[in-house]
Design a protein around this ligand. Structure first.
Ligand code: AHR
Length: 499
């Protein structure tokens, strides 16, 4: 069967925000300790960061990283994580029932961001913390020295302000599991108080209001509406969260889940536009998908209970081929919605539901690492509106879906076109024909593919390279058209040079 794709470099959705290639580091399990930070590791650098992990993270080409949680943020007091290491308190951490020694805090995180070129995104505590504590954190990070809190930063060795622009107003406050959870109207008041003071303290900060934790929430969309109406122009973004999985063990259904991701984006965006219209405002809140990933195999209570231990093994999910295709699906959806999704963070980066795992001094790259890299390394430019005609199928859970999941980015500066293609078929090769209506295709700059013989193939410590991306020479160019035969269960990224 054949899918034909037609593109025109002027049929643009919007510029792809570089911030959709973001990540997330939470004080949970072994994400920070034994993950990015491990002074006892043979790989530790002079700051205690694991150089092997940092090298792997560099390969993801991340633009922005959210910290310190997650649910952890709702019980975190940032002052515990600054100052001399031996004076920092060891505390009982309630979100994950763990011991938190606070050896990694604001300064360590921001140093890591500088090393890796990440834009930092801090989540303030609006669960057990106060709006004033949130405002103080902005002063600590961003104000010039000469005031009590900014001078604390200088005393900790950071004289120049850090200039942190992105701040989340709490985390998943709609969820009863959240420390300090309250109904929407109460959260809105708390968030407004914090937001006003944070912006009064530094006009350049951009704020993310807590949206619904996902479409499964009983308050889905109502929560977002109430919060956005109350916050008005203080909300620059609203957050979306989504964790998905193969709910019924049927791969074709699972791969169609992108329908529901598209839908979630469109529904929350509709809410933002509704509130903008109602306020007759010129400002619209954009979407910040600040937690997304596959997470369903380790969902039992004990998988998330740290048992009052330091750096416990929590939700270290193993990813396979179908999970990797779904990760590609999230990113393809963000590209297709480039006009509304402006920030997105895969949750998380190391050990906790992550593309990178550590074991002692060893490191394992999971299947989901590759599609993220294949897209993020090609992710700069203009998202194009593609006309796609080809076979479709009916998914029992997610309805009618195209056999090929597609998205495209045109980089006008380099004159390159990036095309992303997921063949959802488990058994059939799918032929694809591409036509660029206004340009000739000058050739292939690069093509890479991740394919699996089984949806359940995964990397392991014994077989670390079972699922990897490989360079691919299966694309044929002929003037204005290009064609390829995509293997079943595959994700392909191609960069074309346009004449
Ligand atoms: O990423 C793991 C957890 O999932 C986060 O802490 C929380 O925000 C979400 O429920």
């Amino acid at each position: 069967m054949t899918t034909s794709i037609e593109l025109h470099t002027e049929f643009v959705i919007d510029a792809v925000s570089p911030l959709i290639f973001g990540g997330f580091l939470e004080h949970m399990g072994r994400c920070i300790y034994e993950g990015v930070y491990d002074p006892d590791s043979a790989h530790a650098d002079e700051d205690g960061f694991r150089t092997d992990v940092l090298e792997a993270l560099r390969g993801l080409d991340l633009s922005v990283v959210r910290y310190p949680g997650g649910n952890f943020a709702s019980g975190y007091h940032w002052r515990d994580g600054i100052g001399p290491l031996d004076e920092r308190p060891v505390v009982r951490e309630l979100a994950w029932q763990s011991i938190e020694p606070n050896r990694f805090g604001t300064e360590e995180f921001l140093k890591l961001c500088r090393k890796l070129g990440w834009e930092p995104m801090l989540a303030v505590n609006l669960g057990t913390g106060t709006p004033e504590e949130a405002r103080d954190w902005v002063e600590y990070c961003n104000a010039p020295t000469g005031t009590r809190i900014a001078d604390l930063r200088a005393a900790n060795g950071s004289e120049p302000p850090h200039g942190v622009e992105l701040w989340c107003l709490g985390n998943e406050m709609d969820g009863p599991w959240q420390l300090g959870h309250v109904p929407a109207a109460d959260y809105a008041v708390r968030a407004q108080q914090a937001a006003k003071m944070m912006k009064d303290c530094d006009r350049s900060v951009r704020l993310v209001a807590c949206g619904s934790s996902g479409p499964q929430m009983p308050t889905y969309l109502d929560w977002d509406r109430v919060v956005l109406e109350y916050l008005g122009g203080l909300a620059d973004y609203v957050s979306l969260h989504r964790y998905v999985g193969n709910a019924n063990g049927v791969t074709s259904d699972y791969l169609a889940i992108t329908n529901s991701i598209d839908r979630q984006i469109e529904e929350v965006d509709a809410c933002c536009r509704f509130v903008q219209g109602k306020r007759r405002g010129s400002k619209r809140a954009y979407l910040c998908f600040d937690e997304w990933n596959v997470w369903y195999k380790l969902r039992a209570r004990e998988d998330m209970d740290g048992g009052a231990k330091f750096a416990p093994h929590l939700i270290e999910e193993i990813y396979n081929v179908e999970d990797a295709l779904v990760v590609a699906g999230f990113l393809q959806s963000f590209i297709r919605h480039a006009d509304s999704v402006k920030i997105a963070n895969i949750a998380q980066l190391v050990n906790i539901i992550a593309p990178i795992q550590t074991r002692g001094d060893d490191l394992l790259i999971q299947s989901t690492y590759w599609p993220f890299q294949m897209i993020s390394q090609r992710g700069r430019g203009l998202a194009l509106r593609a006309s796609v005609r080809g076979p479709r199928y009916e998914s029992e859970l997610y309805g009618d879906v195209a056999l090929l999941d597609t998205s495209a980015i045109f980089d006008p500066e380099r004159g390159e076109l990036h095309l992303f293609l997921t063949n959802r078929s488990e058994s059939e090769v799918e032929r694809v024909e591409l036509k660029v209506l206004d340009r000739a295709i000058g050739g292939v700059v690069s093509a890479e593919q991740l394919a699996g013989s089984s949806p359940h193939d995964a990397n392991s410590w014994d077989e670390p390279e079972r699922v990897v991306k490989r360079a691919w020479d299966g694309v044929h160019c002929d003037g204005q058209t290009a064609s390829a035969e995509l293997p079943p269960l595959s994700f392909t990224a191609v960069t074309f040079r346009l004449a």
